[in-house]
Design a protein around this ligand. Structure first.
Ligand code: AHG
Ligand code: MN
Ligand code: MN
Ligand code: MN
Length: 324
């Protein structure tokens, strides 16, 4: 069976040439990252880098390696005006004539690196604005402005999941020749959920409405929901969201009383917005307790946000617990 390769898919979808170059550049570097991940201990890439990033996290070697590889790949593209990364304190100016700003989480699920479990790369492409040189202010656009977003999941197969605003497509890497081939073109998240995803160990730190919502889910058939729910937590947002795009469900990383000003753990511009773009394009929803995430006007590039995403009816119900 002949499958559509990524460049042909972008061509068929009439994606602007400059945007194609950004997506293909990210796809190409992800193949190199997947090779480093596959070599693991043999390449000496596991373990801590010995530094802390701007998020206050201890960086793993692969956080730094993946960040540098993506930064170099994007900086080489004339279409890229500037970039921002989870692992970079400041935005990085690139080509003043470029049309796009790219934000990325180079290695998502860092705690999985040393246990040979799933990790990913998340990216978001915004239109440029402002005059050269690029400033942080230029990046502070609502997720609604994204021209493309996606992720690469480094799992048993390497997959690229992408939206250019016209649905969500999934590509699988053919390891024999390093090309991404279309394997799913109509990704849809069912409106109702049977599965949820949350780090239960933080339960006592959640707001009361989230505690009540989850308590009702796990009370199963005998509780107010009159239904049993299953639970999964990979601890890599890419993998948890990928499962939701494949078989539905709800994912949340809620507000946490230990970090009230930080609003939770996930980053708006590297994690929530790109995943939100995909989720909405697949018919799902992504909210904070107050409103839709893609409508948030960012205040700074490393901003964090509580996230509730996935099955439309389930997200609405969870938000409703908070607004009652
Ligand atoms: P990152 O590795 O890019 O810093 O992101 C980790 C995030 C996200 O991928 C995941 O959903 C969450 O952290 C896991 O958090 P816990 O450690 O609380 O499980
Ligand atoms: Mn991190
Ligand atoms: Mn992440
Ligand atoms: Mn990361």
């Amino acid at each position: 069976m002949s499958r559509v390769a990524l460049p042909q898919y972008l061509e068929n979808a009439a994606v602007a040439a400059e945007l194609q170059s950004v997506i293909l550049g990210l796809a190409e570097v992800s193949v190199d990252i997947s090779k480093s991940l596959a070599k693991g201990a043999l390449a000496g890439v596991l373990g801590a880098a010995g530094a802390e990033n701007v998020q206050g996290e201890d960086q793993k070697k692969l956080d730094v390696i993946a960040n540098d590889m993506i930064k170099d790949a994007l900086a080489a593209l004339p279409a890229v005006r500037g970039l921002a990364s989870e692992e970079e304190a400041e935005v990085v100016p690139c080509h003043t004539a470029g049309s796009y700003l790219v934000t990325f989480d180079p290695l998502d699920g860092s705690s999985n690196i040393d246990i040979n479990s799933m990790v990913g790369t998340i990216f978001s492409v915004l239109p440029h604005r402002g005059e050269a040189p690029v400033t942080e202010q230029d990046f502070l656009q609502p997720g609604r402005h994204q021209q493309a977003a996606g992720y690469v999941l480094y799992g048993p197969s390497v997959m690229l999941v992408l939206s250019t605003g016209n649905g969500v497509a999934m590509f699988t890497l053919d390891q024999d020749n390093g090309t991404y081939l279309l394997t799913e073109s109509e990704v849809v998240i069912p409106a109702d959920a049977k599965e949820f995803s949350i780090n239960m160990s933080n339960q006592r730190h959640w707001a009361a409405p989230m505690q009540a919502y989850i308590a009702d889910l796990i009370s199963g058939k005998d509780g107010p929901r009159a239904k049993d729910f299953n639970m999964r937590w990979v601890a890599a947002m890419v993998a948890d969201v990928h499962r939701i795009l494949c078989r539905g469900g709800l994912f949340t990383y809620p507000w946490d009383s230990r970090k009230p000003d930080q609003a939770g753990k996930l980053r708006l511009m590297y994690e929530a917005n790109p995943m939100g773009f995909l989720v909405e394009q697949a018919g799902g929803e992504i909210w904070t307790p107050e409103g839709k995430i893609l409508d948030i006007q960012p205040e700074h590039i490393h901003q964090r946000v509580p996230v509730i995403l996935g099955a439309a009816n389930e997200v609405a119900l969870c938000v409703d617990y908070h607004q009652r």
